[in-house]
Design a protein around this ligand. Structure first.
Ligand code: SAH
Ligand code: SF4
Length: 374
């Protein structure tokens, strides 16, 4: 199969060009065409030597993810579903805000961590995405939304879609590098966030290899409860996780870690549990809390905390001087909120049929509107 140039960060592309007998500056030109202009047709890369263009056409391609659907919410949120083969699909969600645009990106089809409150976790693990499939979500979304214009649309990327990014580390890091590279998307390290359920050794590696903003999904103030909600906790425990956060901050672009905390009615939302969180982190880990209203799905058997309970919980943290925000849910009308992303892909057999039907619909629409879905 032809090499997919979306799989390479700049160093990788330079090495690939070298293998074709091409100089590094050619790799830079190519990289800029792909990521800054969204170009996938080598023939249109006008400043590349004709000989290189035809060489590339024979051995390489810029292969985006096949689009299965695009849904636009009344609040401007856009959700794309991409086909990753074998009946699996992953999603990316664009969330516009007044002063910025954020893209929520998936790292795996399914997830092996199996958190109790997460529909991706309930789905189980299917496979890791490649670097090209991770970057391809940004490549597609950015150029889709620009609609031929030159002004950047996405200036924030959060790895908060489907999957545990640190369990797909080898593909993640080159993808992050492309997001950050000035010859590609040029995003600030502070505006690229890896969200993790807390893999201690991998947090240490990320600090060494590619420090970006870090969000840690905490969800509980003690090991007994966290072991239940986030099974991965049984390996290292909260103490080791907090130590890893502290070490990370030595190299991080921000001077705090964001702790995500999914508010589950009667499970982790009592004011005493907020007080225990304060004891855990205060004076130890510079942090902010982001309280996420739980997005229910039937198989979880869990309920969303009431607004009053969330406010009371937030107040305990805030009174202790910890900056705490309550996440707005966006795109609920298109099931684009956290943990709902897998809603459509839970049942593998049904999804196979549904994807096949969607492909037919897309083929029909694409035939009727040339270029409309490219
Ligand atoms: N695997 C990573 C990143 C993907 S999940 C992680 O766990 O951090 C992104 C965020 O969505 C996490 O904070 C996760 O706890 C949250 N989340 C998962 N399921 C949810 C649900 N049903 N309702 C609200 N938030 C959820
Ligand atoms: Fe995986 Fe994150 Fe969902 Fe847990 S919350 S199952 S780590 S995607």
């Amino acid at each position: 199969m032809a090499a997919n140039l979306l799989d390479f960060d700049l160093e990788g592309l330079a090495a690939y060009c070298d293998s074709l007998g091409e100089k590094r500056y050619r790799a830079v030109q190519l990289y800029r065409w792909i990521h800054q202009k969204g170009e996938s047709d080598f023939e249109r890369m006008s400043n590349l030597a004709r000989s290189l263009r035809s060489k590339l056409a024979g051995v390489a391609e810029v292969r985006g993810l096949p689009l299965l659907s695009e849904q636009r919410s009344a609040d401007g949120t856009v959700k794309w579903l991409f086909d990753v083969g074998a009946g699996n699909a992953v999603e990316a969600v664009y969330i516009p805000e007044d002063d910025r645009g954020t893209l929520c990106v998936s790292s795996q089809a399914g997830c092996a961590v199996g958190c109790r409150f997460c529909s991706t976790g309930h789905q189980g693990f299917s496979r890791n995405l490649s670097t090209g499939e991770i970057v391809g979500q940004l490549w597609f979304a950015e150029h889709r939304l620009r609609q031929g214009g030159t002004e950047r649309v996405i200036d924030n990327v959060v790895m908060m879609g489907m999957g545990e990014p640190l369990q797909n580390y080898a593909a993640l890091v080159p993808a992050l590098r492309t997001m950050l590279d000035d010859h590609a998307y040029g995003l600030s390290r502070r505006r690229v966030t890896v969200s993790t359920s807390g893999m201690v050794t991998m947090i240490d590696r990320l600090r060494e290899d590619c420090p970006v903003a870090l969000a840690v999904s905490l969800h509980a103030p003690d090991d007994a409860l966290r072991d239940q909600l986030v099974p991965l906790n049984r390996k290292d425990g909260i103490e080791a996780l907090l130590d890893a956060c502290l070490r990370y901050l030595e190299a991080a672009p921000r001077d705090f870690v964001t702790f995500e905390y999914c508010m589950l009615d009667g499970v982790n939302d009592a004011p005493e549990q907020a007080a225990r969180l304060v004891q855990l982190v205060q004076g130890r880990v510079p942090c902010k809390f982001n309280l996420i209203p739980f997005n229910p799905f039937p198989a979880s058997g869990l309920k969303r905390s009431s607004r009053e309970r969330v406010q009371a919980f937030a107040a305990v943290l805030q009174e202790a001087g910890i900056v705490t925000t309550v996440r707005k849910t966006r795109g609920e009308d298109i099931a684009a909120a956290c943990g709902q992303l897998a809603g459509e892909v839970q049942d593998r057999t049904r999804v196979e049929q549904r994807l096949a039907r969607r492909r037919e619909v897309i083929a029909v629409v694409a035939a009727a509107a040339p270029g409309g879905l490219s």
